[in-house]
Design a protein around this ligand. Sequence first.
Ligand code: FNR
Length: 386
Amino acid sequence: MQNHHNIMDLRRAAVRALPRPIFDYLDGGAEDEIVLRRATSAYDDIELLPQALVDLSASNHQTQIFGRTIPFPLMLAPTGLTRLFHKDAEVAVAEAANKAGLPYCLSTLGTTTMEDFARMTTAPRLFQIYIFKDRGLTEEFISRAQEGGYDGLVLTVDTLVAGKRERDLVNGLSLPPRLNARTFLQFAAKPRWSLPALFGRKFDFVNVAHRVATMSDKQVPLHVYVAGQFDNSITWKDVEWLAARWKGPLAVKGILRAEDARQASECGADTVMISNHGGRQLETAVAPIDQIASVADAVRGRVKIICDGGIRRGSHIAKALALGADACSIGRPYLYGLAGGGAQGVSRALDIMREEYERTMALLGAATPRDLKPSMLKRIGPRAFS
Ligand code: FNR
């Protein structure tokens, strides 16, 4: 994978490897995808103002999140249905995360059991929770995470109903893939993916399949499945409830407002994840990078702040940290790598992010994340940080 020099090269590798409906599920966003494009372009509206002649001989990019020290401020975000993108699924991603020493978060809708995931991860391991109507599942997740030595739980709060992902609607995405004349041609064009996938590969949500009907049983579109299973009555009381039961760091993922970050902290969360779900949920939601400064004003020092959405360059991590984030997380970048090259592809994505981040830090005159400050950034155009 060494001839892939940036994340967009890996995206092209994913285009080549995956049948169109599967690539679109990975790559797509809500409605007109304005929120998706904006998440990345918002980083381009921030220029860097480097500091000259800083001693970089003792550069150290380590940082702490979820009570663990990691080599640089990046984690792998939870992504459901990982097996759709490569037969080695979470096993391949965990191998690369272990090698890099970076935290990897298993999704509730992942395709590896919490127990197998715990066995295969040596780097910090996290579990992302969706609260299902079947509340017993949540209690079960807590005890399975406790037994599996998970370093933290991540409660996602921006998916109470599914976003309208029009690429999936056009493609009629269901699991296993439903074949009509058009999708048959799309799958036939990628035999290396399609043959093993259509003959026996299981796509089930293995961590919930024993309690709820899975998509494979019903062959329903993804958004219909999600809308039917999640509990949309959850409130801050449920965060308190979770914080009281889970003995370890708790993150709330999907926060965009300062007052929600404050509320998360008051309800017992140790970490807030500023995120719009990678532009897959609320169309035209604000870009996560634009919310860091106000969230940091409200809660910095009390909770850790992680930002995700649209991060495609190492310089994006430096910008997020300069505004007040403690770390960033990425979803699609490592999935592109996974689709294009399994564990090696994921490693390539992580190496690219790390090399770019370290080079940016050096050129910016920052030897450690603590040296980054808002005065190193200059906003282009009329929009203010908030
Ligand atoms: C996601 N994301 C996500 N988030 C979550 O909390 N639970 C999940 O199951 C999923 N599933 C999922 C699948 C796929 C294919 C993608 C691309 C994303 C959102 C994810 O955790 C993260 O917030 C975004 O991916 C970050 O944006 P980028 O890095 O993809 O731009």
